[in-house]
Design a protein around this ligand. Structure first.
Ligand code: FES
Length: 172
């Protein structure tokens, strides 16, 4: 009888001990592993507001604006607002168009030459028309167009990076 009681107590203490460890370990494990099942990098590749529509000249002159991602998140770390790139925006009859300011040749920053009325990359002298098409120079493709839309008077852009040096526009 005493032996049975001792066995029962051993089993009960084992069950209680295991439950206590599980109760403590499960939430901790869940907290550590949470990003594994979540989308952990946010910001780049999403439509983000970049500038008010009114700030874009109605005469078709392009403007260069930074793309700032609010509180991007990378795994466990939430970062302060971060500038992830810059885009050119231009009003056209078909609406606001957006292009990455990264040159598809070797990745330099593209300028806008107002006197010439063209985009220009100073590194190896690639020139682009105002619709982003290559006008001259070594750039293997036109400027990379980006998805854009207007919501509540704000222009939103989906900023993405593409491979440089390729004739086709491929995700980087
Ligand atoms: S990086 Fe723009 S022309 Fe070479």
């Amino acid at each position: 009888m005493a032996e049975d009681r001792r066995t029962l107590l051993k089993v009960l203490s084992g069950v209680v001990g295991t439950s206590v460890v599980g109760a403590v370990a499960a939430p901790a494990l869940r907290a550590v592993l949470a990003p594994v099942s979540l989308r952990t990098v946010t910001g780049v590749g999403e439509l983000v507001p970049v500038v008010a529509l009114d700030a874009i000249p109605s005469d078709g002159t392009p403007v260069n604006v930074p793309v700032v991602v609010e509180a991007p998140m990378d795994a466990w770390t939430r970062q302060p607002p971060t500038t992830v790139g810059a885009v050119y925006l231009r009003r056209t009859e078909a609406g606001v168009k957006a292009w990455s300011s990264i040159c598809p040749h070797l990745g330099c920053g593209i300028d806008y030459d107002a006197a010439a009325g063209k985009f220009a990359c100073p590194c190896h002298e690639s020139w682009f028309d105002t619709d982003g098409a290559v006008a001259s120079g070594p750039a293997p493709r036109g400027m990379d167009a980006l998805e854009t839309r207007v919501v509540d008077g704000m222009v939103q852009v989906r900023f993405e990076k593409f491979k440089i040096g390729t004739a086709d526009k491929e995700p980087a």
